[in-house]
Design a protein around this ligand. Structure first.
Ligand SMILES: Nc1ncnc2c1ncn2[C@@H]1O[C@H](COP(=O)(O)OP(=O)(O)O)[C@@H](O)[C@H]1O
Ligand SMILES: [Mg+2]
Length: 238
């Protein structure tokens, strides 16, 4: 099982949006996907509840700390055949929780919203991650994606400079679009919407998918062209 952690200390930056869209993309590609929702608000689990029954199934696990306890819920069980686990982190994760989450992750996606508050919080969060040491010592791969981008956003420039200094440029820019909101309401990802309504949104998710497909050997060999290519490449490499 491969693990992708979607995290930022800032709430509302798009963690659940990125998690649910990646989950639906990989489920549609034939991969057995589970979402582990660490956020007590349970937005990813809500999204799963509204997901139409005829669509590829995504397992949901509630990993939010239970009221009054630091112990995790017993509902964190995942089916044994899960191939891809997506962790939807809560806002404000730090200390032991951040260590626990980073300890599980091979791939980390950090969405960042457009306000200067988001940008500053993200720079601090990225510093925390690197200080934690896990990113370097375990060779965890980290990407940052700009979210809710509207026209030109000079506000990102200082963050981009900081990220470049860490060799961590934005992987993609996800626009501020009603398609993400409509998809979320229906339990879908943009890849499962009418293509005419979601062409640009599908394209802006492609860099994340290509990056992950470059590393994830999940899903049946015939499920998705990118996965087939990867499996083929891996076999040749071995
Ligand atoms: N790119 C986007 N375009 C439009 N709305 C978005 C976009 N990303 C997130 N949203 C909306 O912003 C709100 C917060 O996003 P969410 O993914 O729940 O953030 P988080 O999980 O980090 O708190 C949600 O209502 C979501 O539908
Ligand atoms: Mg959320």
């Amino acid at each position: 099982m491969r693990t992708v952690l979607v995290i930022n200390s800032k709430g509302g930056c798009g963690k659940t949006t990125v998690t649910t869209n990646l989950a639906s993309y990989y489920a549609a590609a034939g991969t057995r996907v589970a979402i582990k929702d660490y956020d007590p608000q349970g937005s990813s689990l809500q999204w799963l509840k509204s997901r139409p029954a005829h669509l590829p199934r995504i397992h949901g696990a509630n990993a939010a700390p239970q009221k009054g306890f630091l112990l995790k819920s017993l509902q964190t069980w995942l089916p044994t055949d899960t191939q891809l686990q997506l962790i939807d982190a809560p806002g404000g994760a730090k200390g032991l929780l951040l260590q626990e989450l980073m300890g599980k992750a091979e791939f980390v996606v950090i969405p960042v919203g457009p306000s200067s508050i988001d940008v500053h919080a993200t720079a601090d969060f990225v510093k925390d991650l690197f200080l934690l040491g896990r990113v370097r010592s375990r060779n965890t791969q980290v990407v940052v994606v700009a979210n809710r981008v509207r026209s030109s956003m000079p506000v990102y420039e200082p963050l981009e400079r900081f990220l470049r200094s860490l060799s961590l440029p934005f992987l993609t820019r996800i626009r501020d679009s009603d398609a993400y909101i409509r998809a979320a309401e229906q339990g879908l990802g943009v890849f499962e919407m009418d293509p005419a309504e979601s062409t640009a949104e599908r394209q802006e998710f492609q860099p994340i998918v290509r990056w992950l497909d470059g590393h994830l050997a999940v899903g049946p060999a015939t499920a998705h062209p990118n996965v087939v290519n990867l499996a083929a490449r891996r076999q040749v490499a071995v």
